[in-house]
Design a protein around this ligand. Structure first.
Ligand SMILES: Cc1ncc(COP(=O)(O)O)c(C=O)c1O
Length: 421
């Protein structure tokens, strides 16, 4: 089975030698005992400083004159995933409304569902959220008297999981302004920017985070991670949060775990300050660039022309769209045939929230180049391509035949169904 499904990172480049050296250094140094002791719930001050320095440097290099990250507003968490969960717990009551990109990170949808939240979705453009649609959604929430229950907008702004879209700074600014405009007195609608994939860019130029925008300090939450750019197994993530949200999140984190592992935080801090993190990231970017190019070339060679996709500039995913009538879902002929040919992808439908205002699309696929080797990528894409050729091609033939039949049956109207094989 070739899995082009999981969001796992590249196995072969995991920094084993670097981490072994770092562990020696951490446990051989003056700080060894502190590395093996409980730490603070908020996280090691040194790692928080390094995190803020890094964010400021990234935003500066991306052209932003300022970045409102501060160490006292930073929390270190067990992966950014833990922070997303705690934020949801801090922000929402059951039945509250969350604004979501359409589609979005499907694990976040699990949180939305388990907390009994209502989702309102916003359409995407090639460079981020459709602001006219966001405004329409906000204004209909206002008309319905639901603004007080609308607590946050969740945005995966760099190489979005699943679509690979990166949000332009003007769209981030526009979204924040709309949230400010529609927030009621003492009831802010927060902008949660999930920047998990920011550092996995291998082409094009970086975009500043929302921390660079006016009004960010009391409206914006940025979550990030050291797991994807360094080693997913360290499970070290972070976030910059406004008060009073920070206090609530720290209370929740105290109840969960008293703080992220001191040892793992020191390993990440040492990787950052010794330059190993940056050198590793360079290797990783080159590796993902090569794997993405392999995937693109295999898709060009073997996917039918009617399946569309864009080449990502970073992250781990391609997002492919088959014609609308060809379902890609778990029970579809396509998915089952792909499984029979031993190749797996993520059906696009699971990345769409339940939203009563629109039907869920069911013709897309997330295809990952993160964990598979180059050979597996070439072979897996070729297998998927031949399945698509079979199904999309046969669908085209059926549509043509049915159109021809209908042209001989005046007045006949038949809705098109996905092909059955
Ligand atoms: C969009 C997004 N956010 C957050 C995460 C969580 O990553 P981690 O907990 O490793 O920081 C992931 C993991 O796949 C992700 O895709």
């Amino acid at each position: 089975m070739i899995s082009l499904e999981a969001g796992f990172t590249d196995d072969a480049t995991l920094p084993v030698a670097d981490t072994r050296e770092i562990v020696e250094e951490v446990l051989g140094g003056r700080d060894a005992r502190r590395a093996l002791q409980y730490g603070s719930t908020q996280g090691e001050p040194h790692l928080r400083e390094l995190t803020v320095d890094r964010l400021r440097r990234l935003d500066g290099r991306a052209g932003a004159p300022r970045c409102q990250a501060t160490t006292d507003r930073t929390v270190i968490t067990n992966g950014s995933q833990q922070l997303l969960y705690m934020l949801a717990e801090a922000l929402f009551n059951p039945g509250d409304i969350v604004l979501l990109e359409d589609p979005t990170y499907f694990v976040f949808l699990g949180i939305v569902q388990s907390m009994g939240l209502r989702a309102r979705t916003v359409r995407m453009k090639a460079d981020g959220m459709d602001l006219a649609h966001l405004e329409a959604v906000l204004s209909s929430l206002k008309r319905e008297g639901e603004l007080a229950r609308t607590k946050a907008l969740y945005m995966v702004s760099y190489f979005q999981n699943p679509t690979g879209i990166t949000t332009a700074i003007d769209r981030k600014r526009g979204a924040l302004e709309l949230l400010q405009r529609y927030s009621q007195k003492r009831r802010p609608i927060y902008l949660v920017e999930d920047a998990a994939y920011r550092e996995l860019r291998f082409a094009g130029s970086d975009v500043p985070s929302t921390l660079s925008l006016d009004g960010a300090e009391d409206r914006v939450i940025v979550t990030g991670t050291y797991s994807k750019p360094f080693a997913t197994g360290t499970r070290v993530g972070f976030g910059i949060l406004p008060e009073p949200l920070l206090t609530t999140v720290l209370r929740i984190k105290g109840n969960h775990d008293f703080g992220t592992s001191s040892l793992l935080q020191r390993i990440v801090a040492r990787a950052l300050e010794s330059g190993r993190y940056e050198r590793h990231l360079e290797r990783l970017r080159a590796r993902y660039a090569a794997k993405a190019a392999t995937m693109a070339s295999a898709m060009r060679d073997s996917f039918p022309k009617r399946v569309q996709w864009d080449e990502p500039q970073g992250g781990l995913y391609f997002w492919a769209r088959s014609p609308r009538r060809v379902s890609t879902g778990m029970n579809s002929t396509l998915f089952r045939t792909a499984l029979g040919h031993e190749v797996l992808y993520v059906p696009g439908q699971i990345c769409y929230a339940d939203d009563p205002t629109r039907r869920k699309p069911n013709h897309e696929m997330r295809i990952s180049f993160g964990n598979a080797t180059s050979e597996q990528i070439s072979l897996g894409v070729r297998r998927l391509g031949s399945v698509l050729e079979e199904i999309v091609g046969s669908g085209d033939r059926r549509v043509r035949e049915s159109r021809n039949r209908r042209s001989h049956q005046p007045g006949g109207h038949e809705s098109l169904r996905p092909p059955r094989m």
